[in-house]
Write a protein that binds this ligand. Structure first.
Ligand SMILES: *[C@@H]1O[C@H](CO)[C@@H](O)[C@H](O)[C@H]1NC(C)=O
Ligand SMILES: *[C@@H]1O[C@H](CO)[C@@H](O)[C@H](O)[C@H]1NC(C)=O
Ligand SMILES: *[C@@H]1O[C@H](CO)[C@@H](O)[C@H](O)[C@H]1NC(C)=O
Length: 648
């Protein structure tokens, strides 16, 4: 093998090597270093038989020794010693003399003792020690000098003590796996933008999850003692103010605080009782009553006044304030709202909603949410303000919100015409005219634009809308659509979101348990099909049912026998509009594609939708008309127009 690596006799080579600093020098030196390392490694003899004196680990890029990674210059770049039954304590001191070493992997062995002293290898980029029996505490400053580290894996060992805080300074860190150990205490404030994955599951960690990790999958934090804050549903207790006041002030504050505390407790107990009574008496139960009893409202207001009388700002915030996030709207107080004559609009999945007509003001819609209590007050407020800043002709703006720990109210304008669902499916017995094709097209275009705006403005949300369905598309007087209930995913309790939100009914959720960036596109596709067929997509909304959804149904009609039954019979349009309807049907099916990779992305759907017209140009129409139905069904069964529809 040595012959292959170098054409000279060994003796001559040695002479040459001592005289020059050629690459061969480090080659041979690498071999010596590795042999020294192997000698100190229990189990190394059996696993590393081809590490033999007189041979070289690398010939250029080609690896000649087991488990060695070579760089282009014939230097040892990494060691990959997985699954080799290596045991005993690991000493890497010898490796200090491998100048090109960047990667070390000892995954899946029986190594034990403390973590090896990697501070001696400051150029290291990747260190993998998972699935061994390493133990003991790791020095907090271990990573101080390892500025190049990208991947650190210590999973499935017996490490104890705190997570080393020096990890915070690794600005290139991509992946950090500490799962399945016995780490304890808080997670250090990891926030480097480079981070892609931090797995700390199955340790004994506690305290708040750093904000920089709050976007990660909650499963990466599970199996710990006491972690809290996003992305977990467990809220954190606020630490008390850190400012150190003077002793006199402390006494005064304590005295006030006791008074205030009593007032709050009294008020809360009173509110609780009120609340229960209200529910029992049906005041807040949408199915039973139509009006909020003014006397109840009076009492609520009384509480608010009393607490203000106590000079208590906290209590006031606790009970009182509607927070307005939209500029330029006339603001009003919660008690105005509670006194307003109200009417139950519906009892949706999120909670019930009411229409309230203020004494001298506009009608507003108030929605009650009971499943938004996992987020901290500040985070909730911040998100609401973010929603308040969104402004687009096809979004119904959030006007105000009301925060209480166990319940939230969101206030928007009232849109008299109601929802698309109502227009499509609720006309029975009323004298609403059927919705014609040009109107439906206008609605689809508006929804697509509103959705695209959300995707652009909220890039940090996996599902920028999250709950797109026909009952959340309201129609203004000229039938322009207004999206509502959007971007609530970050504040809805996770379990509730996964049971209720439309994006969580997507096929990828059934498969992987979480939505993707294209889940909203899938909801949009279903909406398009609903618009075209006039069918209510009830099946896909049913919890836990992997049956036929609208897309599968459309597909089956299209595949089995084309009868022209797909389109809603009530959708009238210009005579040569059918080709355009067909194009929209194709877009809808492209958006409903089960396979996320094949599914269209929103930009593509938007582009195609913007191209649609109410009717085809005369030219197109005549060619279409001459081929007639044959053309139509051919387009529907074309091979590049095939869809997998199995969701189960
Ligand atoms: C791992 O190390 C601990 C001591 O630190 C020892 O009790 C245990 O038996 C070891 N486990 C294995 C599988 O070697
Ligand atoms: C670090 O891990 C990532 C993700 O597994 C991988 O793509 C990358 O190649 C690793 N980095 C290096 C330098 O090996
Ligand atoms: C995180 O760690 C747990 C426990 O070791 C493991 O089951 C899970 O697959 C890991 N997740 C990822 C994404 O690495």
């Amino acid at each position: 093998m040595a012959g292959r690596a170098s054409p000279w006799p060994l003796g001559l080579l040695i002479v040459l090597l001592t005289l020059t600093a050629s690459p061969q020098l480090s080659l041979s030196k690498d071999a010596d270093v590795l042999l020294k390392f192997k000698d100190a490694l229990a189990g190394g003899d059996a696993a590393l038989r081809d590490w033999v004196k007189g041979t070289t680990p690398c010939n250029g890029k080609v690896r000649l020794w087991t488990g060695v990674i070579c760089d282009g210059g014939g230097n040892v770049h990494g060691l990959q010693l997985q699954n080799m039954k290596l045991s005993g304590e690991l000493s890497i001191d010898a490796l200090v003399d491998l100048p090109a070493l960047r990667t070390l992997s000892f995954t899946n062995n029986d190594l034990e003792g403390p973590i090896p002293d990697i501070t001696k290898l400051p150029a290291l980029k990747n260190i993998y020690l998972s699935n061994n029996n390493f133990s003991g505490e790791i020095d907090g400053g271990l990573f101080n000098k390892l500025r190049s580290l990208k991947n650190v894996s210590l999973s499935s060992n017996q490490f104890t003590g705190p997570i080393p805080t020096s990890l915070v300074g690794l600005t290139k860190l991509l992946e950090l796996k500490l799962d399945d150990n016995k780490f304890e205490g808080p997670i250090p404030d990891l926030r480097q933008p480079s981070l892609k994955l931090v797995n700390v599951s199955y340790n004994t960690l506690e305290g708040p999850i750093p904000a920089g990790l709050s976007w990660m999958n909650p499963s990466l934090f599970e199996g710990n003692k006491n972690l809290c804050g996003p992305p977990l549903d467990v809220p954190c207790r606020k630490p008390s103010s850190k400012k150190k006041p003077s002793p006199l002030l402390i006494v005064v504050i304590i005295v006030i605080a006791i008074g205030v505390l009593l007032a709050i407790i009294g008020a809360i107990m009173f509110m609780r009782r009120r609340h229960h009574e209200q529910i029992e008496s049906g005041v807040l139960s949408p199915s039973k009553t139509k009006k909020i009893d003014p006397s109840e409202a009076d009492k609520l207001e009384q509480i608010s006044v009393e607490s203000r009388g106590a000079g208590n700002k906290v209590a006031e915030e606790e009970h009182g304030k509607l927070m307005f996030v939209k500029e330029g709207v006339q603001s009003f107080e919660l008690h105005d709202l509670l006194k307003a004559s109200a009417e139950v609009l519906g009892c949706g999945n999120f909670g019930s909603s009411y229409k309230a007509v203020l004494f001298d003001g506009p009608a507003v819609v108030v929605k009650r949410f009971n499943n938004m209590n996992a987020v901290e007050r500040e985070d909730f407020q911040e998100h609401m303000r973010r929603l308040g800043r969104l402004s687009h002709p096809h979004l119904l703006p959030l006007m105000a919100y009301y925060y209480r720990k166990e319940e939230k109210l969101l206030v928007t304008d009232f849109i008299p015409k109601g929802s698309l669902a109502h227009m499509l499916h609720g006309r029975n017995g009323s004298n609403l005219p059927p919705v014609d094709w040009p109107t439906r097209l206008k609605i689809v275009k508006g929804v697509a634009r509103g959705l695209a705006f959300l995707y652009e403005e909220l890039p940090m949300l996996t599902v920028p809308h999250g709950h797109l369905k026909s009952s959340n598309v309201l129609l203004d007087d000229s039938f322009e659509p207004l999206l509502t209930d959007y971007a609530l995913e970050p504040v809805i309790n996770r379990t509730h979101a996964s049971q209720i939100m439309v994006a969580y009914k997507s096929p990828e959720c059934a498969e992987r348990g979480r939505p993707s960036r294209k889940s909203d596109v899938w909801s949009f596709g279903i909406l398009i099909l609903e618009l075209l067929t006039g069918k209510f997509p009830a099946n896909y909304l049913r919890q836990g049912r992997a049956g036929m959804d609208l897309a599968s149904w459309v597909n089956s009609v299209v595949r089995e026998e084309w009868t022209g039954e797909v389109f809603d019979k009530e959708m009238s349009g210009p005579k040569n509009g059918e080709g355009e309807m067909l194009k929209l049907l194709q877009i809808g099916l492209g958006c409903c594609e089960t396979d996320v990779d094949k599914r269209w992305d929103l930009r593509m759907a938007l582009e195609k939708i913007e191209e649609l017209r109410e009717k085809e140009s005369e030219e197109e129409f005549s060619s279409y008309a001459s081929e007639g139905d044959a053309n139509f069904s051919k387009a529907m069964t074309d091979d590049d127009f095939s869809f997998s529809t199995n969701h189960s």
